[in-house]
Design a protein around this ligand. Structure first.
Ligand code: ADP
Ligand code: MG
Length: 342
């Protein structure tokens, strides 16, 4: 076969292989877009584990009519425009891939209205390589993305979808992670027409702890030690369990860097080292930790799903987390003793 440029649709479907693994990955991309748009309320409606419908409605700033079709194109983003921007990412998205990828493997409708516009507009794309059709629509300021029949045109991928329950479980777990990281945003989740989760926006400490308990369970809250530390631009906050609150599974391990969920080896290592010998054998730490670092000091463009980061001062970050958590654990142990001592 001679060398040839792939048709846009096929190129997008190949890219979709990296971004869109299952319904939960679609939900992740769309909710992150809503958060980047400044939404304070996000409603998520799922049918059949997401294989039939994923509908996400937000009250963010919306997309202007003349940018709707561009939003569905590959490498089209409003979030960065220069290499300098790429080196100091403050938004969750930046590659301009998600909507193009998702629309290449589903029937996608994008409806949006900005505050400046009198009416809303809708863009429809199916397996996207035709012109996007725009139609007037009814919608308050904000955006709704509706994704129907995920992988309808890529049967090999559709076959890999698990049961409705499993796929919905992934979505639920993902939204827990997001609900923790953005306590200021109301998030509602429905499945097959039934309300499953209602995370109300929290601002006071009491409300935040209620939300923490809603995600991590009240048992975690009972054993949680609050963490709040800073070293120059580096900040660490959140909750860790006392050794008594350690779990038999590693099911409550939430970690964020600049608001982005992470499964990062360096961070995990620092946390494990902080507990060192204080964890009983076969027990796992539970934590919800938020790391804030100058965006220039961290590279988020190292992993397709952005799960890993590269800290420029890796050693410093590692030791800051480890020592910070150690002192929180020691302080927690002291307080515990003070309470039980007569
Ligand atoms: P990225 O998030 O990497 O920029 P996406 O393909 O996810 O790329 O989105 C493309 C563009 O569409 C975004 O840069 C943004 O301008 C716009 N967009 C997508 N979703 C929303 C939304 N819910 N509200 C407002 N704008 C959105
Ligand atoms: Mg995005």
């Amino acid at each position: 076969m001679p060398i040839q440029i792939l048709p846009a649709r096929l190129a997008n479907q190949i890219a979709a292989g990296e971004v869109v693994e299952r319904p939960a990955s679609v939900v992740k991309e769309l909710v992150e877009n809503s958060l980047d748009a400044g939404a304070t309320r996000i409603d998520i409606d799922i049918d059949k584990g997401g294989s039939r419908t994923i509908r996400i409605r937000d009250n963010g700033k919306g997309i202007p009519k003349d940018e709707l079709s561009l939003a569905l194109s590959r490498h089209a983003t409003s979030k960065i425009s220069t290499l300098d921007d790429l080196e100091a990412i403050v938004s969750l998205g930046f590659r301009g891939e998600a909507l193009a990828s998702i629309s290449s493997v589903s029937r996608l409708t994008l409806t949006s209205r900005t505050a400046e516009q009198e009416e809303a507009w809708s863009a429809y794309a199916e397996g996207r390589d035709m012109d996007v059709q725009l139609k007037p629509a009814a919608h308050p300021v904000g955006t709704t993305l509706e994704v129907l029949d995920l992988f309808f045109n890529t049967p090999a991928r559709r076959k890999f979808l698990r049961t409705e329950k499993t796929e919905f479980g992934h979505i639920d777990e993902l939204l827990k992670r997001i609900a923790l990281s953005r306590m200021d945003v109301t998030i509602n989740l429905r499945h097959n027409g039934k309300t499953i989760r209602q995370y109300r926006a929290a601002s006071t400490q009491v409300q935040k702890e209620r939300r923490l308990a809603a995600v991590c369970g009240s048992q975690f809250l009972n054993h949680a030690l609050a963490v709040e530390l800073a070293h120059g631009d580096l900040k660490l906050s959140g909750w860790i369990c006392s050794p008594q609150g350690a779990r038999s599974q590693n099911d409550i391990q939430y970690c964020y860097v600049n608001g982005r969920m992470m499964k990062d080896k360096l961070i995990n290592h620092a946390i494990r080292q902080a507990y060192e010998t204080s964890l009983p054998p076969d027990r796992y730490a539970a934590y919800a930790l938020f790391i804030e670092v100058d965006p220039h000091q961290v590279d988020v463009n190292v992993h397709p799903a952005k799960h890993e980061v590269r800290f420029h001062q890796a050693r410093l970050v590692h030791d800051f987390i480890c020592q910070g958590l150690q002192s929180a654990l020691i302080q927690g142990a002291d307080e515990h003793e003070a309470v039980v001592a007569p």
